[in-house]
Ligand binder design. Sequence first.
Ligand code: AHG
Ligand code: MN
Ligand code: MN
Length: 335
Amino acid sequence: MISLRKFIFHHHNNFLISKEEIYSFFTIIELVVKIIRYHVSLGNTSNFFQKKNTKNIHGENQITLDIIANNNFKDILKTCSNIAGIVSEEEKKIITFQEQEKYGKYIFFIDPVDGSSNADINIPIGTIFSIYPRVSPIGISISEQDFLQPGNQQIMSGYILYGPATILVFTIKSGVHIFTYHPSYETFILSQKNVKFPDTGNIYSINEGNYNSFPKGIKKYLQYCKNQYDQNPISSRYVGSLVADFHRSLLKGGIYLYPNTQSYMYGKLRLMYECNPIAYLAEEASGKATNGDIRILDIIPKFIHQCSPFFSGTASMVEMVKKFILDSQSDSIKN
Ligand code: AHG
Ligand code: MN
Ligand code: MN
């Protein structure tokens, strides 16, 4: 059995940051995850899944767990001397930590609870995180430019999936690794090292209820998937928690799609704390992630809560959907 600590101890030379820094990040993540995991396991015997009257920056109703998870992250990240500031889905503005904003080397992005509308029905939910080195020199207070970096500058990203088991999936460059939380040992144990997408996939994952407002290229791609029925049947699966849908694609092969729609002109998923961390994992596992035009990781963000269309999964499937999008764009230019 290989614990997370032991794994880092043996592999830290492959990673971009020091062993001590990785330990400090995982100490925080493990602590918060234990708290969230505990609340999730109580199900509806607690009132943490109830909708609050408060809304987040995206206009979505928060549940108590969104707020509790966010507050725990904030409180615990504040105690970590190398973290200068954070952005959270549940916070309108950048949060900088007074003691650390001048000397902390790293910044954190978090989606404390992903898929929170699934929580009250006992469907898997997640947590997503992403870490960047600051760009401003040490010694001055960090500013917005430290946060508005493209995803290709991430040094670490990952997610936790609270399913029948709680698992941690992360990359610090050089591969994607999966750990499973063992409640008796109260620690994460290695389940799969250097996981890669299967070369082919036959599952697509999209909220097809929005079909009428999808761009033409996406409609055509979905039609193409259905037309494969005789030769190479493609299944449709959709949980509605990005972490769960992406995780299935990673292990079984498949694609997750969230295009722009009438209600979400720029897509629904958030670039900095949903798309980028997942895209980094996808590429490290030999998959792809695009907004339909360019690599997700190359998008230069304009604001911290920016949204983006998102297509990620098995490389060949992402390439195919991109082709349908481009073809339909050139058709409309011709006509
Ligand atoms: P969050 O709970 O953090 O707001 O994220 C929800 C996101 C994502 O997890 C999921 O894939 C997507 O919203 C589902 O959206 P639809 O309900 O529109 O399909
Ligand atoms: Mn989310
Ligand atoms: Mn969320």
